[in-house]
Design a protein around this ligand. Structure first.
Ligand code: ZN
Ligand code: FE
Length: 258
C-alpha cells in the first residue's frame, strides 16, 4: 500500500524542459527524464537527497543526457523503454509492467505510447501520469517515429485513465499550445479559460503544470479529434478530414507549420 505522501516538484532544464523530482518525505528520491545532470545535482545536494530511481520515457538527449553522470554519483536504478539507443537501463519497461519504487513506497504501471518515438513509454500510478513528450498541456509531441494512427491510439490510451489524474508533462509549451488551440477551437470555453489561466501563470513566472487528464480532454485539440468542432476545423484545411486519426494528422501538420 502506498502512503501517498509523494511530493512532486519541477527541476527546470534547458530552455523549457522539466525534470520531475519525486520525494516521499525522506531522503530517497526519483527523477523522471533527467536530460541534464547539473540542475538535478544542484537540487539533490541542496536538499541532501539520495537519488534511488531514474525513470525514462524515451531516448531523446533532452530526456536522457544526464543519466550517465548521475549514475557516477548515485547508485540509482534506471527504468526505461526497450530501445538500444538508451544505454544504462537496468529494468526494461513494457506495456502493463508494474514497476516498484520501494524506497518511495510507490508503484507505477507502464503504458506504451508510440508516435513521438517508436519506443516511447509513459508511467502511471499514485494518481499521476508522466507522459514524456507524448502529451503536453494543450498539445502533443511531434510524430518523429510514428504516425497519426499511433498518436491517436496513444492518446486514446491516456484518455482512458481517470480524469483527475495529474499530468506532469516534460516541457513548458502550454502558452504556445494555447495560441494554436485557439485557432482550432476559438469557441471552446474551457480552452478560453485555460488560455487566460496560463497567461497569468507565465506572467507570474510560474509553471503551468501539472495539468489533469480531465482538463486536457476539455481543452487539448489532440485529445479532441473526434469532437465536431475540431473535425470541422480540420476540414477547413483538408475537406476529407474524418474524426480520429485523420483529424489528428491534419491538425498536427497544421501545428507544425503554425
Ligand atoms: Zn522528445
Ligand atoms: Fe523533449
Amino acid at each position: 500500500m502506498s502512503t501517498n505522501n509523494l511530493n512532486i516538484s519541477a527541476i527546470p532544464a534547458y530552455d523549457d524542459n522539466y525534470i520531475w523530482l519525486i520525494t516521499n518525505g525522506g531522503k530517497a528520491c526519483a527523477v523522471v527524464d533527467p536530460g541534464d545532470e547539473d540542475p538535478v545535482l544542484e537540487v539533490l545536494k541542496k536538499h541532501g537527497l539520495s537519488l534511488k530511481y531514474i525513470l525514462l520515457t524515451h531516448h531523446h538527449p533532452d530526456h536522457t543526457g544526464g543519466v550517465a553522470d548521475l549514475l557516477d554519483q548515485y547508485d540509482a536504478k534506471v527504468f526505461g523503454p526497450d530501445d538500444n539507443r538508451i544505454r544504462q537501463v537496468h529494468q526494461l519497461c513494457r506495456e502493463g509492467d508494474h514497476i516498484e519504487l520501494p524506497e518511495l513506497d510507490a508503484q507505477f504501471s507502464v503504458l506504451e505510447v508510440p508516435a513521438h518515438t517508436r519506443s516511447h513509454i509513459a508511467f502511471y500510478g499514485e494518481g499521476m501520469l508522466f507522459p514524456g513528450d507524448t502529451l503536453f498541456s494543450v498539445g502533443c509531441g511531434r510524430f518523429f517515429e510514428g504516425t497519426a494512427d499511433d498518436m491517436q491510439s496513444s492518446l486514446d490510451k491516456l484518455a482512458s485513465l481517470p480524469g483527475e489524474t495529474s499530468v506532469y508533462c516534460a516541457h513548458e509549451y502550454t502558452q504556445a499550445n494555447c495560441r494554436f488551440a485557439m485557432e482550432v477551437e476559438p469557441q471552446n470555453k474551457a480552452l478560453q479559460e485555460r488560455t487566460r489561466q496560463v497567461a497569468a501563470l507565465r506572467q507570474a513566472g510560474r509553471n503551468t503544470l501539472p495539468t489533469t487528464l480531465g482538463a486536457e480532454l476539455a481543452c487539448n485539440p489532440f485529445m479532441r479529434t473526434r469532437d465536431d468542432a475540431v473535425v470541422q476545423a480540420a476540414r477547413k484545411i483538408d475537406p476529407s478530414a474524418l474524426p480520429g486519426a485523420s483529424t489528428m494528422a491534419i491538425i498536427r501538420a497544421w501545428k507544425d507549420r503554425f
